[in-house]
Unconditional design. Structure first.
Length: 398
C-alpha cells in the first residue's frame, strides 16, 4: 500500500509541525461524521466518469473479499459491507444515467444519506494535502551515475509486538536487531546511507542517482524506477527501521534555510541542489529509513487495491469507513507551460477512501493521490488547503 509507514502525504510530512495542533481531537468513529439534513452541497465533479468508474470497480474488489455482514461505521450509523457495495453500484448507475446536474443532485438527495466530516475542532474544515507516485532514473546495477541503493527488507530487522509480553503494551510495536545477546534499535538512516552498514548483503533492489531521490521515494512510500533501456519497475513500502520520522522541512525552516511560506517539495529540491555541502546534514536529520519490495502493479492503498490518480483518498482509517464514497470541495493548482503554478482554482470531486497514513490523523486531515505525471508532483508538493469532506451511503431499501 502506498501509505506504508507514513502514508506518502508529502507536503504535510515534509513540514511536520508547521500546522497548529488541534486542542480537542475526535477519537471515536461515531463522532467523526455528522449526518447532513438540510444544507447539502451542489454536487459537481471536475473529472471524467471513466476514472470514477475505475476507482469504484477497485473498491468493489475490496468489498467482495469481505464477509457481507462486515460492519462499517458512518458517524452515528452503521452499514454492512454488502450495503456499502450496493451503494457504490447504485451511485455509479445514477452517475451514468442522470441526464443533467439537477437530476443527478435530486437523485442523490432522494436515495443517499450524506455525512460531513467533523474537521478540525472549531473550524469544521479539513486540511487537504497530496501525494504522488514519483518516477526516478535508476539502474539494476551500480555504475558511475547510479550510486545510491534502495534496499529490500533485511533478515535481521525484527518487528516485535510488545502486547505479547505485557497486556498494558497491547498494540505497541518496536523494530530492532540482535547485537550479541541484546536487542537494540535498528540502524539509523545515517548508518545505512553514510556508514554503509548494509553493503555486500545482496539487499539492493536498484540504484538511484541522488540521495535526495532516495529520500523522496521513501517519503512517498512507493514509486517507479526508469531503467536505462526505457523499462520501469515499481517499488513499494516493505518495512521501516522503526526510528520516528523527523521533518526535514521543519529543520530547514528552523535553520533559516527556507521560509515557512515558501515551503514545497520544489523549494526543498532547489535549496539542496544549490547547497550540496549540507545535503547530508539535512537528510540525516531524519533517522527514519524505509525498505522496499518490487510491485507487480501500480501503488496499492490500505484496502489492497490499485490507487486511481485523482480519485483515491487517504484519511484516518480509525475514524472513517474504508472503501467509502467521498465528496470533497477544495482548491487545486493551475500549472503553466513552464511547469510552475500560475494560480489556484476551486474544485469539487467524488473520490474513494482507499488509503491511510501515519501522519493522516484525526477528522481534519485528508490526502489526495494525484498520480505520477508532472502535474501530480506539482499538486502533491504544494497542496495544503482547507476544504470540506463528505461521505455518502445509500439509504436502506424500505
Amino acid at each position: 500500500m502506498i501509505h506504508r509507514y507514513l502514508s506518502a502525504i508529502l507536503i504535510f510530512i515534509i513540514i511536520g509541525g508547521c500546522y497548529p495542533l488541534v486542542k480537542k481531537e475526535v477519537k471515536e468513529p461515531s463522532k467523526a461524521l455528522k449526518k447532513v439534513k438540510y444544507f447539502w452541497p451542489k454536487f459537481q465533479d471536475d473529472m471524467d466518469i471513466d476514472s470514477l468508474s475505475l476507482a469504484i470497480e477497485s473498491d468493489l474488489q475490496y468489498l467482495d473479499r469481505l464477509k457481507k455482514d462486515t460492519v462499517f461505521t458512518y458517524g452515528p450509523d452503521t452499514f454492512s459491507a454488502e450495503h456499502v457495495r450496493e451503494s457504490l453500484k447504485t451511485f455509479l448507475s445514477i452517475s451514468k444515467q442522470s441526464s443533467d446536474s439537477k437530476k443527478f443532485n435530486r437523485d442523490l438527495r432522494e436515495r443517499f444519506f450524506l455525512y460531513k466530516a467533523a474537521g478540525f475542532w472549531g473550524s469544521k474544515k479539513v486540511l487537504f494535502t497530496g501525494y504522488f507516485e514519483p518516477i526516478f532514473d535508476g539502474n539494476l546495477e551500480r555504475d558511475s551515475i547510479h550510486r545510491y541503493p534502495i534496499y529490500r527488507r533485511p533478515d535481521n530487522l525484527l518487528t516485535m509486538n510488545l502486547g505479547l509480553f505485557r497486556p498494558k503494551f497491547s498494540g505497541q510495536r518496536i523494530t530492532a536487531r540482535i547485537k550479541g545477546n541484546s536487542l537494540v534499535p535498528y540502524y539509523t538512516r545515517k548508518d545505512i546511507m553514510e556508514n554503509k552498514v548494509l553493503e555486500r548483503q545482496n539487499l539492493e533492489i536498484a540504484w538511484l542517482k541522488d540521495t535526495l531521490d532516495v529520500a523522496i521515494l521513501q517519503i512517498q512510500g512507493s514509486g517507479r524506477i526508469r531503467l536505462p533501456n526505457g523499462k520501469t519497475i515499481g517499488v513499494g513500502y516493505s518495512a521501516s527501521n522503526g526510528h520516528p520520522y523527523k521533518s526535514i522541512g521543519r529543520y530547514m525552516i528552523d535553520m533559516g534555510y527556507i521560509t515557512a511560506d515558501n515551503l514545497s517539495l520544489q523549494t526543498i529540491r532547489s535549496f539542496i541542489k544549490q547547497n550540496p555541502d549540507i545535503k547530508d546534514e539535512i537528510l540525516n536529520y531524519n533517522p527514519s529509513y524505509v525498505f522496499f519490495r518490487l510491485l507487480d502493479s501500480g501503488p496499492l492503498g490500505n484496502i489492497g487495491v490499485p490507487l486511481t490518480p485523482g480519485r483515491s483518498l487517504a484519511v484516518d482509517d480509525r475514524l472513517f469507513p474504508k472503501g467509502a464514497l467521498v465528496y470533497i470541495r477544495c482548491q487545486k493548482p493551475i500549472m503553466g507551460k513552464d511547469g510552475t503554478i500560475t494560480g489556484w482554482v476551486p474544485f469539487s470531486r467524488f473520490l474513494l477512501n482507499q488509503d491511510t497514513g501515519g501522519v493522516i490523523k484525526g477528522t481534519g486531515r485528508a490526502d489526495i493521490f494525484w498520480g505520477s505525471d508532472p502535474y501530480a508532483e506539482l499538486a502533491a508538493g504544494n497542496l495544503k488547503h482547507d476544504g470540506e469532506m463528505y461521505f455518502l451511503v445509500k439509504k436502506p431499501d424500505n
